[in-house]
Write a protein that binds this ligand. Structure first.
Ligand code: BG6
Length: 485
């Protein structure tokens, strides 16, 4: 695919652009990965000239880049940017944008990337306006990138998708879930499919249960406007966690191309047993953080209504009803203001028959675990049993721990990978609509019950591991949340 010559970022002054996209583009620029001919146009509602935009970049970015900031690299990066004001529903602003895009540039002018780092509520209007201004560029192969969440529920996701397809072809559309850009998530594929030690036991015969945790210490920060109407289920579980679950549970794809990988993920999502509407409380627990560790309670955060019942935590139990996973529970949880930053996939293996080791009471023998830490620690950890040194024939846990990278190796950000993929036209780490659709099908019954039973939100103190009630999800008394690597 021909490289774009313009990369337009809508919402360029927003949280996502400033904290993730611009730093990622700076790294790509510094490392010489961006095509020479590629220019960026920042777009937001602010009535700014280029100089004001450049001042904003100089104010906001150096502190975020920390020790990676270099004045000379940054100056080169800033020079690639111009700025255009665009009120989302103002046709004249799109005409201005079009004129900007029509300016002759060095080299052959190819297509344009439009990155919508804006509120999902505004996706539809921007998409229509781009097309109305003649910017959808079907023939040129312009691309459009949409952040998650894609839709608000199944019906709105389907509606948004139909709307999108009225203006853009599927090959032009990139639906982002930045978790797929994380190297450690991609490493899950390698860990599973490149090791003959691992794959033969990765199934219902050996795995007792799977836990996936996405815990964050931070609260909602300045994002009340978005988060209070969204909640943890839509914000993280429906997308990032469903993607993690599908990568953990999928069959090996025939090859690593766009569709083979996504076909396998969809099969997993389709196999998730629907949660019965009348039993949601046995499968899902939602919580909201109270105060703790000097931080305000969620309801006291700026911009949150004092009676808000939006969940900042959700834990759920799913079953993947296929040959590989039948009967194995998958326990998922995500929360803000939790005890630690920790994104981890843990598999507890089944116990072998242990009569041989009579001198160790059965309950003292720990099962084997495989733990893959995705962030902040990027590591693999396996727990086995070994003989306790000494005269007695008893066992103790042996921990095998390996870091995914050397301390000095720079961590490639998820957005660097994904932005490069957009520029190079590679869809494999982006979400196909059927994945979005099946994830919503899993989550929709839960959302309906949440709406009906608004009072069922459990409080948990900030800095804890979430509400106690989440431990009632486990199928058996010997299962519990693993709160450490
Ligand atoms: C975003 C969510 O998609 O992912 C945020 O909107 C969440 O609420 C973030 O904090 C987590 O991403 P990461 O890369 O920091 O784990």
């Amino acid at each position: 695919m021909i490289s774009p010559c313009y990369f337009v970022i809508f919402g360029v002054t927003g949280d996502l652009a400033v904290s993730k996209l611009l730093p990622a583009l700076y790294y790509l620029s510094r490392e010489g990965r961006l095509p020479d001919n590629l220019a960026f146009i920042g777009v937001s509602r602010r009535d700014w000239c280029n100089r004001q935009w450049h001042d904003f970049m100089h104010e906001q970015l150096p502190q975020r880049l920390g020790k990676d900031y270099s004045k000379s690299d940054f100056d080169v990066f800033v020079k690639r940017f111009t700025y255009t004001q665009t009120i989302h529903d103002c046709p004249e602003h799109y005409i201005n944008l079009k004129q900007e895009l029509g300016k002759p540039r060095a080299g052959v002018c190819a297509n344009v990337v439009f990155y919508l780092a804006i509120s999902p509520a505004d996706f539809a209007v921007v998409v229509s306006q781009l097309d109305a201004a003649g910017l959808s560029g079907r023939l040129l192969g312009n691309r459009i990138v949409l952040e998650k969440p894609f839709g608000y529920d199944l019906a709105s996701a389907q509606e948004l998708n139909q709307h999108l397809h009225r203006h853009f072809e599927e090959e032009q559309i990139y639906r982002i879930d930045h978790y797929l850009g994380k190297e450690t998530v991609q490493n899950l594929l390698v860990f599973r499919f490149a090791n003959s030690l691992v794959e033969p036991i990765w199934n219902r015969n050996y795995v007792d249960h799977v836990q996936i945790t996405v815990a964050e210490r931070k609260g909602i920060g300045r994002r009340a406007g978005y988060f209070d109407g969204t909640g943890a289920l839509r914000d993280v579980l429906q997308n990032h966690m469903m993607q993690l679950l599908s990568v953990v549970a999928m069959e090996p794809p025939a090859q690593l191309d766009d569709d083979a990988l996504r076909d396998e993920k969809v099969k997993v999502l389709r196999s998730i047993r629907p949660i019965p509407c009348d039993a949601v409380s046995q499968y899902v627990v939602r919580g909201q953080y109270g105060c703790g560790e000097g931080a305000a309670a969620y309801q006291d955060e700026v911009g949150v209504s004092e009676n808000s019942v939006t969940e900042t935590y959700v834990a759920a139990k799913f079953y993947v009803d296929n040959w590989r996973w039948s009967g194995v529970p998958f326990y998922l949880r995500t929360g803000k203001r939790m005890a630690q930053d920790s994104t981890v996939v843990s598999l507890r293996l089944k116990q072998p028959p242990l009569q041989l080791f009579r001198e160790t009471p059965m309950e003292d023998i720990e099962p084997n675990w495989i733990v893959l830490s995705i962030q902040p620690d990027e590591s693999m950890h396996i727990e086995l049993q070994a003989k306790e040194p000494g005269l007695d024939m008893s066992t103790r846990t042996l921990q095998l721990h390996a870091s995914f990278r050397d301390e000095n190796e720079r961590r490639l950000g998820a957005y660097e990978t994904l932005l490069m993929d957009v520029i190079e036209g590679d869809h494999s780490l982006f979400i196909r609509f059927d994945e979005v659709e099946w994830s919503w099908k899993v989550v929709d019954p839960i959302l309906r019950q949440f709406a009906l039973h608004q009072s069922a939100v459990q409080r948990y103190p900030a800095g804890s591991w979430g509400p106690e009630e989440a431990s009632q999800l486990f199928d058996s008394a010997d299962q519990s949340w693993r709160n450490y690597i």
